[in-house]
Design a protein around this ligand. Structure first.
Ligand SMILES: *Cc1c(COP(=O)(O)O)cnc(C)c1O
Length: 401
């Protein structure tokens, strides 16, 4: 006789991750011996900058780095981040009150939701979006309310469509530009509108800058903190993961509104003990040792891949458009397919993995996402296989099963 163990009830409310299903199918295909080409996961394929690796190695040998880090983060890393914001965005931050080290932005975002939202509160989340925003709201007992992002509005939220009741209960609003998964970008005027709305309604706006350095064709992405009065309501996450090819290192900063950061600090001091000092020192090197040159080299790589993919997908009958930011292509599915059926057919008949748009929310249905994080030869092989399916002429009938 054994009394069954039961996970917390709130886990039952966490939606099934379509991605998990996709990973399972991908693993099955690999196990069958299929040579899988994955455009699925947005994880940079190239190495971290050499000076950053060298700093880590050096710092790892210093015994003072073998102890617990400071709770709010290493003062020198926070100062380097403040210095970077001043140079890059013209935004002056107080490194003590307005900058905090987080263990990757995913950690910071998650704990900020716990710090700010409680049962009965609303968290405004874009749809489609990085799933963590809504999932953490659910775990914290709050209610995610979606702001649909549609192509006709440039994938920007329509603030007029949020109901007065939801506005009244809203504690947080998430925005993310350049956007995952759509590749859409925002101008400073868009942030001005969002900041004005959030100031008026006492909502903390969380700007996720994961792709801010990945831009093309002369476009430079702004920070929401460039907007006057933004620091009264805005918290921004600057992650080193994607721009510096450092996803494995788990290092980012939360910057902006000091009250919200203070609340985040209370959750964090009771949850984690901060990121390793050696990693923070290495991240300082990334921020101070000619980062612009590194971004320029990386963006040249992504731009070449982007243009080649757009060309190749169009030749395969897909309506791909080149984004000005991020390393994703957000491609509407051809007639006769759903995003799920297209992703399934690409995997089953071509060994090609893409992310179905509905994995990012209901408004993502009808799109698939291609990540440009694979080398030229794999990319070309993927395109060759996609072309061989003749998608433009084979939709109805074969696809929906
Ligand atoms: C990859 C990604 C993150 C995660 O960043 P970390 O700093 O590695 O946790 C956050 N937001 C978006 C939109 C992402 O695509």
């Amino acid at each position: 006789m054994r009394k069954p163990v039961r996970p917390a009830r709130r886990l039952a409310a966490v939606p099934r991750y379509l991605f998990a299903e996709l990973s399972r199918k991908e693993a099955e295909a690999r196990a069958r011996g299929v040579d899988v080409i994955s455009f699925g996961i947005g994880d940079p394929d190239l190495p971290s900058p050499e000076p950053v690796v060298a700093t880590l190695v050096e710092e790892a040998r210093r015994p003072e780095n073998h102890r617990y880090p400071d709770y709010d983060g290493l003062a020198s890393f926070r100062a380097a981040m403040a210095g970077y914001y001043a140079r890059r965005f013209g935004v002056e931050l107080d490194p003590v009150r307005e900058v905090m080290t987080v263990i990757g932005s995913k950690e910071g975002i998650s704990h900020l939701v716990w710090a700010m939202a409680e049962p009965g509160d609303v968290v405004l989340v874009p749809d489609p979006a990085y799933p963590v925003y809504a999932t953490q709201a659910i775990l914290a007992g709050a209610r995610p309310v979606t702001m649909p992002l549609v192509a006709e509005r440039g994938f920007l939220p329509d603030l007029d469509r949020i109901s007065p009741e939801d506005i009244e209960r809203a504690k947080l609003m998430f925005v993310n530009y350049p956007n995952n998964p759509t590749g859409a970008t925002a101008e400073r005027a868009d942030y001005e509108r969002i900041v004005e709305f959030c100031r008026r309604h006492g909502i903390v706006v969380v700007s996720d800058l994961a792709y801010v350095e990945m831009t093309f064709d002369g476009y430079v992405a702004p920070s929401i903190l460039e907007v006057e009065g933004a620091r009264d309501v805005a918290v921004e996450f600057y992650s080193l993961s994607k721009p510096f090819n450092m996803t494995g290192w788990r290092i980012a900063a939360a910057v902006g509104n000091a009250e919200a950061l203070g609340a985040l600090g209370i959750v964090k001091t009771n949850t984690d003990s901060g990121q390793w000092n050696a990693i923070q020192r290495a991240a300082q090197t990334a921020l101070t040792r000619a980062p612009e040159e590194f971004f320029a080299r990386m963006n040249a790589v992504y731009r070449r891949r982007r243009d080649r993919m757009v060309e190749g997908l169009r030749a395969a009958g897909l309506a791909a458009e080149p984004p000005r930011g991020s390393f994703y292509l957000w491609v509407p599915v051809p007639q006769g397919y759903t995003d799920v059926s297209l992703a399934a057919r690409l995997l089953e008949e071509a060994g090609v993995v893409v992310a179905p748009g509905s994995a990012y929310g209901a408004a993502g249905a009808g799109y698939v996402r291609f990540a440009l994080t694979l080398d030229d030869s794999r990319l070309e092989e993927g395109l060759r296989r996609i072309r061989s399916l003749d998608l433009a002429h084979s939709g109805s009938g074969s696809a929906v099963r």
